[in-house]
Design a protein around this ligand. Sequence first.
Ligand SMILES: [Ca+2]
Length: 272
Amino acid sequence: MCLVAKGFNPLATLLLCLTLLSGCNSAADGNHAQPATPPNAPVPKYGYQIANIYPHDSNAFTQGLILLDGKLLESTGQEGTSSLRLVELETGKILKKVDVPIPYFAEGLTVLNGKVYQLTWQHGLGFIYDLQSFQKLGQFNYDGEGWGLTTDGQSLILSDGTSRIRFIDPSSFRVTRTINVTDYKTPVAELNELEFVKGEIYANIWHDDRIAVIDPQTGHVKAWIDLTGLMPENELSNPEAVLNGIAYDQANDKLFVTGKLWPRLFEIKVKR
Ligand SMILES: [Ca+2]
């Protein structure tokens, strides 16, 4: 509000008021951090460079992938071929494997506090294993479908094929928080395999060559990593052999990706 004293020129007063208001706004803006994605700004698209190529089991219908202590942990899907496996990165050799019995269709996996957590697609049931022995320790339930799973070191972070990502307490298995993933204002659905990378959630999108880089607080897509051309399509015969599987080597800051039924696994460098 502007107080107008008697005898003041109204036009001059108006100009003064506008100047003051403008000054106030500038000061206020200066006190706030810029949003991660300014309104109307296109979300940046990143490219990639292949750093290394490793063999991958072309029968593995990859649904979950992480890298721990230099080895891969992989969850494979489809009824009858679902499994949890420990895989040698350099050779693709399966070092340890537990089959997931019919009728379960295994999905995402992550490791938290020495335990492996593995989702199933449509049974609302997850399995818990000892990380070292792969001995089954228990199971847990969740509403809806299970697609991707990762962790920020505290919560289990679960995607279910929609644009929703749920944060789940690993003791009570209660949902503590939910984010809706949006690209500017458009919901990004069919979020699939996940990976927590340096404070951001990386997500595969089903049947998409792009990885969404998501702000775990707001759900905003901060960038897209476009992996078009990574695996030549003429080497894949199954239409479901799509990009799925992101693993981050925290110790060495390396990023690995593969796909369902892909014969290769790639270490990539993101080109910003
Ligand atoms: Ca992952």
